[in-house]
Ligand binder design. Structure first.
Ligand SMILES: [Zn+2]
Length: 138
């Protein structure tokens, strides 16, 4: 899948699944989907914290090197970037896209800045190591 196709797919998914009551501040469902795909482009399809591309994360998931988490309704956390709110509320200007692994770990425990500074690069190194393992096994 090329990036334009991926953006189209993510626009549709965001519009359908991500427009929840606490995200009405984004505007309409289309506004939220536009925000999401703009952020994908702006972040170059990478997690804000670990700077790992969602395409690389999916390679690791497909190879069984990363586990996903099943959620209600048959969905899975892991294969897509998530909206990370800050200060416990959705203010679009403060939100970033995060991988599930950073978002889940950060939770409410650190500020965006502290998490990026102290944990983002460590996770990046960890994912790089897994990617090297994957290419060595081919
Ligand atoms: Zn991450």
């Amino acid at each position: 899948m090329n990036t334009e196709e991926y953006l189209k797919q993510e626009y549709a998914r965001a519009k359908k699944n991500l427009y929840t009551a606490d995200r009405k501040v984004f505007g309409s469902a289309d506004d939220l989907a536009s925000w999401f795909t703009n952020a994908l482009r702006h972040q170059n399809f990478c997690c804000h914290y670990c700077k790992t591309s969602i395409f690389d994360i999916n390679k690791l998931i497909d190879a069984g090197l990363l586990k996903t988490r099943s959620v209600r309704g048959g969905g899975k956390r892991g294969p897509v970037l998530e909206i990370d709110k800050n200060d416990d509320s959705y203010i679009p200007e403060n939100c970033v896209l995060s991988c599930y692994y950073c978002n889940n770990d950060k939770s409410y425990t650190a500020t965006k800045e502290d998490y990026e500074t102290y944990f983002g690069n460590n996770r990046h190194q960890y994912f790089l190591q897994l990617l090297q393992q994957l290419s060595a096994n081919r």
